[in-house]
Design a protein around this ligand. Sequence first.
Ligand SMILES: Nc1ncnc2c1ncn2[C@@H]1O[C@H](COP(=O)(O)OP(=O)(O)O)[C@@H](O)[C@H]1O
Ligand SMILES: [Mg+2]
Length: 370
Amino acid sequence: MRRNPFTFGRAVTGPDFVDREEELKIVMEAMLSGQSLLLYSPRRLGKTSLLLEAKQRLGRKLDVSYVDLYPITSRQRLAEEIVGAVAKTSFRANVSKIAKNLTELLSSLRPRAVLTPQGDVGIELVLSEKNWEQEMEDAFDFGEKLAKKRKKPLVIILDEFQEIRNLDGSDLEKLMRSRFQLHKHVSYVFCGSKKHILAEMFSDEARALYKFAKPMLLGPMDPSVLERFIKKRFLSEGGRVSKETTRKIAAISKGNPYNVQRICYEVWSLSNQADDPGVVDEAVDQIVMHSSPEFEQIWEQIRGHDQRRLLEALAQEGQVSYSVNFIRNYKLKTSSHIQKSIKLLQKKGIVDEDGTISDFFFVEWIRRQQ
Ligand SMILES: Nc1ncnc2c1ncn2[C@@H]1O[C@H](COP(=O)(O)OP(=O)(O)O)[C@@H](O)[C@H]1O
Ligand SMILES: [Mg+2]
């Protein structure tokens, strides 16, 4: 059996990373210049991959620490993850160096470096209920102190940053701003997929992080680049793919690299001699079928009939409309009801800012239910 040359489900870098040269240039230039960035796009357009690729390409020129806020459920974990990421970027797995610097620069938090069962270094901090603000400030300052001491600039990436709102967001935002703005050796990349939440945080004058970072919107990829990528990958493992097939995959993926990789992975599994573009429909059928438990669960969680009918309408029409025909054809109520449902669905991350359903495969699943 041959190796499947496509990858999805985790960020890609190095040989798996395609194109995005323009965007990489902007990100690397900002990182090298100490300019903080706010990077946003809908899910799965390649934000994390882009940032990790920039980190890799910058190599030894710059220390870049990466923190994913998605799994973080408390202030304490946030402090530990940021401190841990910074310490590991600077000293890799050298536990004694990490411990020495933690003690020297962060003694107020009684830090401990521990070896996890996976052989990784984990950081434990002690935060009190009473003095947590001061202690968080110390944790936020750790990167600055370390970078200054090492005389090496540092970038801290805070991925899925919108999740901060689940950890007393506005207090933490204020604390962050008050410390980050004093940092001379560290710049920050805030990254996330909930555009309206991030936009509010960074462009509302009343919010702490107002205009703190240069905004950058990551768009879809160029279809012709994706077509070349598909062909190259098929050939690299001794497969074959026709022009019609690559065109079809690129067209239905609409420049979304995840969709391309996901569909191609399945097409390759079905046939690594993909001359007949019909194999693409078969691949999409397979993906939708295998994802149906997940989609059923999402559907179950959408209790309102208005929202379900609207999703059916979006799946058929591609995009939201407020016209009389749209309302009548899909038995919706009024345009203000549509607006309300769209907002709720956006909040759940099901619908994008432009009024389309974000997951192409979910669209296909809804269509198959009717
Ligand atoms: N530049 C790229 N080249 C090839 N595949 C990519 C690229 N960027 C993203 N992908 C594909 O899309 C998937 C999602 O990428 P990711 O970086 O996790 O997106 P995001 O962080 O925006 O949700 C990856 O698992 C990979 O399959
Ligand atoms: Mg990501």
